[in-house]
Design a protein. Structure first.
Length: 260
């Protein structure tokens, strides 16, 4: 089963607070979660999926894709949510769990295929974040092979915990899964990425974008690409572009091909 922990989206992405107000962070968090769920929903070989959350928007999105919901009433942390969800999976006889976050909008089906292809009969697969510090995907077989502890520096502890089991542990580098968006620098990386994988002209979040921006750009990528293009066309700093959008909720009309 694929488990996606989702904290309350209204309070998400606090590390972006120096450059994005609360409404902007909320909209971005929704867009990224929808991109992740859209990839899973369109993947032909997708196993069971459960969103682990008590957030109303996250639960509504999960149900819109006919995914399962595991309620996390405590809303303490991703670590606590996944510990409870893992226990539920074990009680149901589920043989493996793949944990991914909801803020990796460039995730692709081929990357998910790679994880399952590489997974040992007993053991684990780890996918580190782009900075090598965090963990953006963990497959465990059996489902509770070792406990997970998420945070900014979780990869080395997860690797150590996997090695303690004396079961095979495969480490994969997957660029789409590796890019999670937590900081202004991550937004820049997202803007510079291809990001041409999903088709998301729905769910109202595209109200962030006041004109058509191309039929095949995912929501979070389109948001960041427009900020990046604003920097390029106006000669502004990244923070100034974000400040403009936060105060006007609009982008100037595009005048050249740099606006996608």
């Amino acid at each position: 089963m694929i488990l996606i922990p989702v904290k309350h989206l209204e309070d998400a992405k606090q590390r972006l607070s120096p450059v994005l107000d609360r409404e902007s962070r909320f909209a971005l968090a929704q867009a990224m979660l929808q991109d992740v769920l859209e990839t899973l929903g369109s993947w032909p070989n997708c196993p069971e999926v459960a969103v682990v959350s008590s957030d109303p928007v996250g639960l509504e999105l999960a149900r819109s894709f006919d995914f399962q919901v595991i309620l996390d009433q405590a809303n303490l942390s991703e670590t606590d949510a996944i510990e409870r969800a893992t226990q539920i999976c074990e009680s149901r006889g589920i043989e493996n769990t793949l944990v991914i976050p909801g803020d990796i909008p460039l995730i692709s089906a081929w990357e998910l295929e790679k994880i399952f292809e590489a997974s040992p009969n007993e053991g684990s697969v780890l996918v580190p974040a782009a900075d090598g510090r965090g963990t953006n995907a963990v497959l465990r077989r059996p489902a509770g092979l070792f406990p997970l502890r998420f945070g900014n520096d979780s990869f080395k502890p997860h690797l150590a915990a996997a090695q303690v089991t004396r079961k095979p542990c495969v480490v994969l580098s997957l660029p789409g899964i590796a890019l999670d968006v937590d900081s202004p620098a991550d937004l820049k990386d997202l803007a510079n990425s291809p990001g041409e994988t999903l088709n998301c002209p729905h769910h109202g979040i595209c109200g962030l974008f006041p004109w058509p921006l191309g039929a095949r750009s995912n929501q979070a990528t389109r948001y960041s690409k427009n900020l990046y293009a604003l920097c390029a066309s106006k000669g502004w700093s990244w923070n100034k572009a974000i400040f403009w959008w936060s105060n006007t909720r609009s982008f100037p009309k595009p005048k050249d091909a740099r606006w996608t």
